[in-house]
Design a protein around this ligand. Sequence first.
Ligand code: GLA
Ligand code: ZN
Length: 679
Amino acid sequence: MTMRFLRYHRRMQPQNLTELLSRLWHGADYNYEQWLEFPDVLHEDFRLMNLAHCTAMSVGIFSWAKLEPREGQYDFRWLDALMDDLHGHGIRAILATPSAAHPAWLSARVPEVQRMNHLGQREPHRGRQNFCRTSPVFREKVTAINTLLADRYKDHPALLLWHVSNEYGSTVCYCPTCLADFRRWLAARYGDLDGVNRAWWTTFWSHTYTDWDEIDPVDPSNNGLLLDWQRYNSDQVLDFYRMECAPLRQLTPHIPLTTNFMRPDVGLDYWKIAEHIDIVCWDSYPEWHVHDDVQTACETAFYHDLHRGYKQGQPFYLLESSPSQTNWQPLSRLKRPGMVKLASAQALAHGAMGVNYFQWRQSRGGEEKFHGAVVAHRGGENTRTFREVVEVGEMLAGMPALAAARTPARVGIIYDFENEWALGLAHLPRKVNKEYQATCIEHYTAFWRRGIPVDVINARQDFSKYALVIAPMLYLLSEETATRLTEFVRAGGTLVTTYMTGWVNESDLTHLGASPLEAVWGFKLVEYDTFGADQAGQVMCTAGNTLDLIGSARCGRFADLLEPTTAEVLAVYARDFYGTQAALTVNAYGQGKAYHLGTQVDEPFLGAFYEKLTRALGLFPLLTGLPHGVSAQARQTERQQFLFLMNFTNQTQTISVEETATDLPPYGVRIVVKDVEII
Ligand code: GLA
Ligand code: ZN
């Protein structure tokens, strides 16, 4: 028996997607249902929303118990009133399906809706997002309530966008239904058990399976198994999402669908999930003023670019951000004056179509009552936060043309989830702190600091629109991706790879013989070393190298020992028994070039490398001479360029725009709109 919901509806472009993408939106998560006994509060909320220029509110996210107080007894009256009130105030609804927090009566009646841990114990009902995604009863109940919601509001003029569930995660369930589903997933991927045994190299330690039921996804010694378990759980989330969408697509084909993403470390392959959503939304909670703000800004920029990348440059919606503090991070400081606007502008600069907050009004009780909100417990509009939120609303309302503007990037940095998982699972001579994400961000930083736009891209996509593709630590490299990278270089592209590239295929089996990129690289990888935190190595540039690199740099983490065949050596190691062996190479291949950084070089050297390389490729910064901590990002239409100049430091910074010196105050932003030649 299959637990899958089989009647998925054909994908079509919802009519209202065009409307959604044609404007900039502003709003917040609104927990109206918490305040039903306080009509004055509700009344006041709509007044304040209008004052704050709110145009779209996320509603109904955690209201299952209010919508279905007893099994089968639904009450939509309060939601009718909310939808009508929103409409009456000119505000649209981002209407959620309520699966993220199910009622206690459901767990009590059907314990199987709760997840099971790996020891076979059912988890008790608590918190939220705690359900088993394959439970047939849970799926039935979700389908029932989603169908009723879609049917009831399908013609409601407030309905803008479906917010399917909330922050799906990949928390796993080991119940018999999930394990059976995993085994079916494996059968679909590998055909039969022999295929599974081959893919996972199960002769190792006598792991050979003779029956599907022997497959138990908790064995850390079987990397292939755990990689597939991770893939399966991501696919299970996608399957659950699609099950939720089926009645929505059927009854409201004109309304776009989304679900809110988080930072990329939650164990989901967002590239895959993004193919099934209409717009990308994400929830961003940078720890401003806790660490170095410039570093935080750069990391946040990377995540925004990643979210813009999920749908190949289509604007994303910043669906949650805190207008002040959070209450779940180890430490959350008050946003300094200007920071709400700056953080919102940063999202816009990187491709956002809207900025929403969590949350509109602070709840009175429960775990999040001290989380920041647009409206505080004291109430009213006379707060610093409220005033800054109004400013964001004004900024959004003042730039309608930005909605059509896109990011002009010619550099792509690959970020790959399967690679991240495989690398994380791999028992390497360096077992911890492999730092895949940090490495991607280190390479990204070189561009962010210089004001050169970057796309964060999928390893499975076409690379031809980029002049430069960077593939940091692409340890898991399928033959197929290797072929596309090879073709990219052959056709004239420039590729940068690093240590730990191309070691295993998609099953986490090592490539035998030559690496799939060896011809492109023009070297053989013979050995590699790794460094402890206090064991830095050193690299030294070769005299007269073609990139004109000079000097030396500290290096760390990993060191590939390379034997060039056709590659030119740009830098060599300068220490240890492998001093003088190649560390940085370039190889001409077809019409293009492939650079390889065999070791993690320090920030100034990496910066200088990309400075020389981008210059050689004619990739110029949006603005030259950016002071440290000032970021320049652009979006453009055929006629206009929106240049965002953002100061992430607590000092005034002076920049020069079109030969005029301009001061950017601490945490200040300036948006320069100029007409451009038709491109
Ligand atoms: C997440 C959730 C919200 C809320 C916020 C708090 O992003 O989606 O419901 O809990 O965190 O920051
Ligand atoms: Zn389960």
